[in-house]
Design a protein around this ligand. Sequence first.
Ligand code: AMP
Ligand code: ZN
Length: 137
Amino acid sequence: MECIFCKIISGSIPSYKVYEDDLVFAFLDIYPCSQGHTIVMPKKHIGLFTEMNKKDASDLFSSVNIISKAVCRAFGLDGMNIGMNVGEVAGQSVPHVHVHIIPRKEGDNGGSMHNIVETNPGTENLADLAKKIRGSF
Ligand code: AMP
Ligand code: ZN
């Protein structure tokens, strides 16, 4: 077993656990973007979010919902960013599906999802793009 997150789940690598049940494991990020930065992952090893089935993804996000409320209460947050890096090109450094919960407070000078990438794709062909996606389910 080479996966670092699988090792965290099994306990062979220590972590600051915040939640665990049959399906998911949540712990503090060792290089936090803000205080309380938490990672939630499925116990089952799956590399990419796009490889998950609907049930596994639902279970994961259901837990993210519950855990995010606890993180919010624990630190009296004003908000949070919740998201995933899917694939190396998007910044995924650990190939085991995980969701970041990044606490936010007024005045923290952070950004939003809109700061992740800007390729200036234009908006004139949005109807075609939507059609393309609708045709790809
Ligand atoms: P990503 O870049 O989306 O793949 O996220 C991986 C995250 O895991 C990074 O934010 C790292 O700081 C975090 N990380 C890596 N190793 C550990 C570890 N041993 N304990 C806690 N967090 C870790
Ligand atoms: Zn793994």
